[in-house]
Every structure is written in structure tokens, then in C-alpha cells.
Design a protein around this ligand. Structure first.
Ligand SMILES: [Zn+2]
Length: 78
């Protein structure tokens, strides 16, 4: 009886560790909400004004752009 309880606890521990190991990479990559938190705040494209995560934006001269095309075109108002 006591051994069954110990085996049960060990199984629960292994399942918990596996779920933690599987959840780690997902939290860093695929969940939009959690990825947004990890990537920090949003920035606006200086050309078209669309919001995107700072790490996905191209930056030049303290401004951010949503794509290479808008990065080449530069700020719309400048
Ligand atoms: Zn843009």
C-alpha cells in the first residue's frame, strides 16, 4: 500500500516535470500573448503606423519600421 503511494507520487512528479519541459519552449515561441510579454512593448512603424513587437521591427535613426520596404522608404512625414 505504501509503495503504491510512492509510485503514484513519482509518476505525478515525472508528469509535472515533462509538462514543464514541454511548456517552456512554447511559452517562448508560439503563444501570442506570452510571446508579446517576452518581446516587450509594441512600436509603431514610422512609415505606415502599424504596431508590431519591437524585436520584429527594423530600426534606423531612433525610428522603427514594420518591413524592409518601409525601412528603405523612411518616415512618411519626413
Ligand atoms: Zn510600415
Amino acid at each position: 500500500m505504501g509503495r503504491l503511494i510512492v509510485i503514484g507520487i513519482v509518476v505525478l512528479l515525472v508528469v509535472w516535470l515533462l509538462r514543464r519541459a514541454l511548456a517552456g519552449p512554447r511559452a517562448a515561441g508560439k503563444s501570442p500573448e506570452q510571446a508579446g510579454e517576452l518581446k516587450g512593448d509594441l512600436v509603431a512603424c514610422a512609415h505606415c503606423g502599424v504596431n508590431l513587437p519591437r524585436l520584429e521591427a527594423r530600426s534606423a535613426g531612433g525610428r522603427f519600421y514594420c518591413s524592409e520596404e518601409h525601412w528603405r522608404l523612411g518616415p512618411r512625414d519626413g
